[in-house]
Design a protein around this ligand. Structure first.
Ligand SMILES: Cc1cc2nc3c(=O)[nH]c(=O)nc-3n(C[C@H](O)[C@H](O)[C@H](O)COP(=O)(O)OP(=O)(O)OC[C@H]3O[C@@H](n4cnc5c(N)ncnc54)[C@H](O)[C@@H]3O)c2cc1C
Length: 376
């Protein structure tokens, strides 16, 4: 029996992958109910290949919005790099999809038998003996299991017990995410992800469903600061005032209840994700800054490779095979993403940065994206 701890994107995708391959599992989630998180998520082709295998790709395409083109621009929206991803569509049969996180969660939840998801079960600690593992929860209950899959996110309690020296790193950046209604938006914003880079600031936009837009705004900041809900919209508008007018338009159209703030952290890459019968996956093992839009996608890839390793390998070898398959790709993404965030927030040399980005052959950028989009 596998016990998955955490019902985020990773835990739920892992549960569905276990369902598909007939692997025995139970999922424990600390929340009393799985409620909507008010943000969008980009699902790139590596994530969508897994969802295609799990037979939920059509639902995702139906609820989300295709992203056929990725454009990096200056703050006034003059392009630095533009990638119309027809080659990706040709290779995989689909583009990336942007979707409301709640819609994705819902699609996953509908396919997982309810009795296998145990809500209001906050993992507290584990104890290992000969062959079994005991799981203890904050409500005082305990269960016996064979294996623990730690999918409990970046602040993973399992990671803290398994690898007490592991560390998370603050990137020095904080991010607001918003969703707003936007009818009759011009064609140039349809089916497209645009990220604008200004001086120490970034702003990204993409459609996530019919007449709904998702945006994110990133600034350099100390961590753990709180917003004043009465003034945050005007503060954001002032901060991004020099950007293309659509930025303030979107902020203006967003209800304050649809704006969430997150400090951007990652997990300092670890040499090992497992020990004995306990294995970390998803953000618990390798949270990355979101600058490449790959954090969730990497957790989704984990679910696929872990489930297949369990199906094919001898039990003692599963976590080793899984880690070997995943760790190099993930570590590279963590590193590059952190670097991208730093370049995107340069205080000086903005013109030089633009000059260099334009000078790099677009074939090089495209090659990198194609490598990331390859499953595994
Ligand atoms: C600003 C921002 C934008 C992003 N944009 C993208 C994007 O566009 N594309 C992309 O692919 N990725 C993106 N990501 C990354 C993505 O959101 C994460 O990689 C992904 O959500 C991680 O999923 P997870 O299931 O591993 O962790 P989580 O989503 O954190 O889920 C962990 C789950 O475990 C539960 N849990 C925690 N502790 C316990 C406990 N003790 N007991 C039981 N349950 C517990 C939690 O309640 C939660 O449900 C973004 C991240 C951020 C911060």
């Amino acid at each position: 029996m596998y016990s998955i701890i955490g019902g985020g994107i990773c835990g739920l995708t892992t549960a569905l992958a276990f369902e598909k391959l007939g692997i025995e599992y139970k999922l424990y989630e600390k929340a009393e109910e799985l409620i909507p998180v008010g943000a969008g998520i980009l699902l790139p082709p590596n994530a969508l290949q897994v969802y295609d295998w799990l037979e939920i790709l059509e639902d995702i395409k139906q609820k989300g919005s295709e992203m056929r083109r990725i454009t990096l621009t200056k703050s006034d929206m003059s392009p630095l790099f533009d990638y119309i991803q027809d080659d990706i569509k040709e290779k995989y049969g689909f583009y990336s999809v942007s979707i409301h996180r709640w819609e994705l969660q819902n699609i996953l939840l509908q396919k997982i038998p309810k009795h296998k998801i145990h809500l209001n079960k906050s993992f507290a600690s584990y104890k290992t003996s000969e062959k079994k593992v005991e799981l203890f929860f904050h409500d005082g209950s305990k269960v016996e299991t064979d294996y623990i899959i730690g999918a409990d996110g970046i602040h993973s309690r399992i990671r803290k017990q398994l690898f007490p020296k592991s560390k998370i790193r603050y990137s020095g950046q904080t991010c607001w995410r918003g969703i707003c209604d936007y009818k009759n938006i011009s064609n140039e914003y349809q089916y497209r992800g645009i990220e604008m880079w200004g001086k120490e600031l970034r702003f990204g936009i993409t459609k996530i469903e019919k007449d709904k837009f998702y945006w994110f705004a990133v600034i350099k900041s100390k961590s753990n600061l709180k917003d004043n809900l009465l003034t945050i919209k005007s503060e954001l508008s002032d901060t991004f005032n020099d950007f293309h007018p659509i930025v303030n338009h979107l902020i203006d159209k967003t209800s304050i209840t649809n704006i969430i703030r997150s400090d951007l952290y990652d997990v300092n890459p670890m040499p090992n994700w497992y020990r004995g019968n306990i294995c970390l996956i998803g953000d618990a093992a390798h949270a990355t800054t979101p600058n490449m839009g790959q954090g969730g996608a990497q957790t989704i890839e984990d679910a696929y490779f872990l489930a297949n390793a369990i199906k094919r390998e001898q039990p003692d070898n599963v976590f080793n095979v899984f880690q070997k398959k995943r760790i190099n790709k993930v570590n590279q993404i963590v590193k590059q993403s952190l670097m991208m965030g730093k370049i995107g927030h340069l205080k000086y040399f903005e013109s030089l940065r633009s000059f260099i980005i334009k000078a790099i052959p677009s074939s090089l950028f495209k090659l990198r994206w194609r490598t990331v989009y390859k499953l595994g």
